[in-house]
Design a protein. Sequence first.
Length: 128
Amino acid sequence: MTDAVSFARALGDPTRWRIARLVLDDALCVCELADILEMPQSSVSSHVQIIRKAGLLESERCEKWTYFRLSAQARGLVETIARAFDDASSADACADRAKAVQRLARREQSCCPGPKALVSRISNPVTP
């Protein structure tokens, strides 16, 4: 991460906050994020680049797709903020998570091959 101001700016937008919450546990590509958020890929890509430039994302390139997931350092901060504001139970967070689960279930039948190294933290937790 770069600094506190960059962190705050990167996540101070509602769409970028939603993206951060979505890539908290699962690595997703821009087309998957666009489907989940029901937004154009170009808009999602612009938001992802702001988060990436702030140093909050890990990425993995697979063929022509790039998958993004929150970095370990950013993950702890985002989880703390989400807990402090009870964000996980918000309607947007619940709806986004449900759409993400549905979209990931269709990954094998979609154009996205899925990441190899950035596997889900839920099914493959990182140990400190």
